[in-house]
Ligand binder design. Structure first.
Ligand SMILES: N[C@@H](CCC(=O)N[C@@H](CS)C(=O)NCC(=O)O)C(=O)O
Length: 299
């Protein structure tokens, strides 16, 4: 079934998945979504999760790159967890999507924050508590912290390895690469990267992987694809969790302005949370989240 990616060009987390699709050499459908709320053609699928990107396969909706990466991993082609590190690559990725991420964002956006529209800052203040003035004031700190991250990336690559986890590219490369890619969004010369020649050479290798074979799709077509499919979920709720299959729950990210997605619990493990929803526009869907980073509450 077609992989549908809901994303926008300038989104670093979207670039992470686009490169992962490139590693697989995958064909996929590209739906461009707004970079601020509201997202009227996405909400019927996710039930309110509004972050970017979202991956869709029929009536199965994958929120967060940590959930989406496993769908991409299951595609034919080279593994996103190449030897010798294997699944250990996910822990490198965890640095990039976690502690390094907002430093990288601050390093890139702090210097040009004044040129970005007020509506963007109002949206990010509501979602992340990200304030334009504070971001501007913290630019030197964020640039220093991003430099500290870059120094570690450089040191890891300085033994001459081609990719972070070994000779082949994987999830670790996709996730760390998005941070460097984002610096070049606002300043293609990215002098902040210049002191790190191994990292810059590696960045060029990752960029050369490309995005696979995207084909444009409209948001309306993506809704129709969900309407025409049925969700595929292996029901299982970990008895240690205190929840049961079919229980009404909400799922929300840890962000201050996160929307709660309501549904009935289909799957809850240490790896994932899956809820079923019935939507007036698309019918039955299953919304998949990674367990990490989500707050599950009884509704
Ligand atoms: N943990 C999420 C983070 C996603 C994220 O923060 N994405 C940014 C854009 S790169 C976002 O959602 N911004 C708000 C928006 O796009 O509406 C993931 O891995 O997918």
């Amino acid at each position: 079934m077609t992989i549908i990616l809901h994303h926008y060009e300038t989104s670093p987390f979207s670039e992470l998945l686009r490169i992962a699709l490139g590693i697989k050499g995958a064909a996929w459908a590209s739906v461009i979504i707004p970079n601020i709320a509201p997202k009227p053609l996405l909400t019927p699928l996710t039930g309110g999760y509004r972050k970017t990107p979202v991956l869709q396969v029929g009536a199965d909706i994958y929120c967060d790159t940590a959930a989406a990466i496993e769908v991409i991993e299951a595609l034919p082609g080279p593994s996103l967890y190449p030897a010798p590190l294997g699944r250990g690559g996910a822990m490198i990725a965890g640095m990039a999507v976690g502690p390094w991420f907002f430093h990288a964002v601050g390093a890139a956006m702090g210097p040009i924050a004044a040129a970005i529209p007020d509506a963007f800052w109002a949206d990010r203040a509501a979602l992340f508590g990200l304030d334009r003035g504070i971001l501007e004031a913290r630019t030197p700190h964020n640039r220093a912290q991003f430099g500290a991250a870059m120094a570690r990336i450089e040191a890891a690559l300085a033994d001459g390895r081609a990719f972070l986890a070994g000779p082949a590219p994987g999830y670790a490369d996709c996730a760390v690469y998005m941070l460097l890619w984002f610096q070049r969004r606002f300043d293609p010369a990215a002098p902040i990267l210049a002191p790190f020649p191994y990292a810059v050479a590696w960045e060029a290798r990752v960029r050369a992987i490309g995005h696979g074979a995207p084909a444009d799709m409209t948001g309306e077509q993506a809704l129709a694809a969900a309407r025409d499919a049925v969700p595929v979920v292996a029901e299982h709720v970990d008895p240690r969790s205190g929840f049961v299959v079919g229980q009404a729950v909400t799922v929300a990210t840890e962000d201050p302005g996160a929307d709660k997605v309501a549904g009935t619990l289909a799957r809850l493990t240490d790896v994932e949370v899956v809820i079923r929803r019935d939507d007036p526009q698309v019918g039955a869907v299953a919304v998949h989240f990674p367990r990490a980073g989500q707050i599950v509450r009884a509704a």
